[in-house]
Design a protein around this ligand. Structure first.
Ligand SMILES: Cc1ncc(COP(=O)(O)O)c(C=O)c1O
Length: 353
């Protein structure tokens, strides 16, 4: 199959870059003495999870039970769900997973702890619990040391669960401060965390400087995107994932319309001062994807001068944030050395439950 004959819009993933990105992160973790537990929310593809494990990853991380079910079906047997699970339905599904894989779950409240404990009791197998603390993200995670201690004590005493450690996202300087305060208190109660799980690609290579993390959950590093380039984690050459699109109209000299809008790209904006629009065009650095309707992308090409793309031209677009874009397609194309290899289903896409 000729890549230029494949219809657009389509995501294309270059496997040589994937392999280099995976090896670089595994090497970093090996040197830093940190276990790697990649987050599959970025790729959602069992074959890539297996490659991460072959290269040395301890297991994988999933955000949702549905992702974990796809990965367990594909034979992956060591899974952390870095998301609080609440309710009977979740307990039943987690119990099913715990019967065929080693499962851990992070949580920040008593109701979620009871859900996991119920799953462990149904499965007849203890499920590991990581207590999540917040280091300024303002999302999940308890916000005081007393709450960490309370939940850890409750997990130690409750049947069906085992207190395995702590979880934080994203790792930052505050993570280190909190742990310096928290760890001696935990140890004095016999609650030493066996695992301290931290995550986030932008600061990944500085993890060892910031906090005593024992397991690293990184997702975006496998592909990289405009945000990880802006954060200084990667260069454009390290971006493995691009959406191939076609220019379908040039209604004005300053405007190109591409065949990809909000069904293809996410609305994630770049951090202030790091670029406008919804993606980066490597062949036209001045082009800006300024507006989207469902099927149309409006590209401001006024900064491209006489070099602006023409109708029929195929363009590569590196998304601002690759994870939500990856979730929008049923399949993508793998290339190697730029040549078509195969179509690959994105098996765990759309698993919002
Ligand atoms: C809880 C959690 N851990 C890890 C990650 C991975 O972060 P990144 O994709 O920056 O590596 C994410 C990303 O959203 C996350 O939400």
């Amino acid at each position: 199959m000729e890549l230029s004959l494949v219809e657009t819009p389509t995501p294309v993933v270059e496997l040589d870059i994937v392999e280099a990105n995976l090896r670089r992160m595994q090497d970093y973790c090996d040197r830093a003495g940190i276990a790697l537990r990649p987050h599959i929310k970025t790729h959602k593809i069992p074959a890539l999870a297996h490659r991460q494990i072959e290269l040395g990853a301890r297991g994988i991380t999933c955000q949702k039970l549905g992702e974990a079910e796809v990965m367990a079906d594909a034979g992956i047997d060591d899974i952390l769900i870095s998301y609080p699970l609440v309710g009977v339905g979740k307990a039943l599904r987690l119990a099913g997973l715990a019967q065929r894989a080693t499962m851990r779950v992070s949580l920040d409240n008593r109701v979620a702890l009871e859900t996991v404990a119920e799953a462990g009791r149904i499965a007849g197998r203890e499920i590991g619990v990581l207590v999540e603390f917040d280091s300024g993200n303002g999302r999940t995670g308890v916000t005081s040391i007393d709450e960490v201690l309370e939940l850890a004590r409750a997990a130690r005493e409750m049947a069906g669960v085992r207190f395995d450690g702590l979880m934080n996202y994203p790792v930052n300087a505050r993570t280190g401060e909190i742990l310096r305060d928290l760890l001696p208190k935990m140890e004095s109660e016999g609650l030493k965390p066996g695992i301290i799980s931290g995550g986030g690609t932008p600061n990944a290579f500085r993890t060892h400087e910031m906090a005593p993390i024992t397991e690293l959950r990184v997702g975006t590093y496998i592909y990289n995107d405009r945000m990880t380039v802006a954060a200084g984690h990667a260069s454009w050459d390290d971006c493995a994932y691009a959406v191939h699109v076609t220019v379908i109209s040039r209604p004005r000299p300053d405007l190109a319309i591409i065949d990809a809008g909000s069904k293809v790209f996410s609305s994630d904006a770049m951090p202030p001062g790091t670029g406008d629009g919804h993606g980066y065009f490597p062949a036209y650095a001045g082009a800006k994807l300024v507006k989207m309707s469902e099927e149309h992308g409006m590209v401001d090409v006024s900064a491209c001068g006489g070099e602006a793309p023409k109708v029929g031209e195929r363009l590569r677009v590196i998304p601002n944030h690759v994870c939500p874009v990856s979730n929008l397609f049923d399949r993508l194309i793998f290339t190697k050395g730029g040549a078509f290899q195969t179509f690959m289903p994105i098996a765990a896409r759309g698993r919002s439950q």
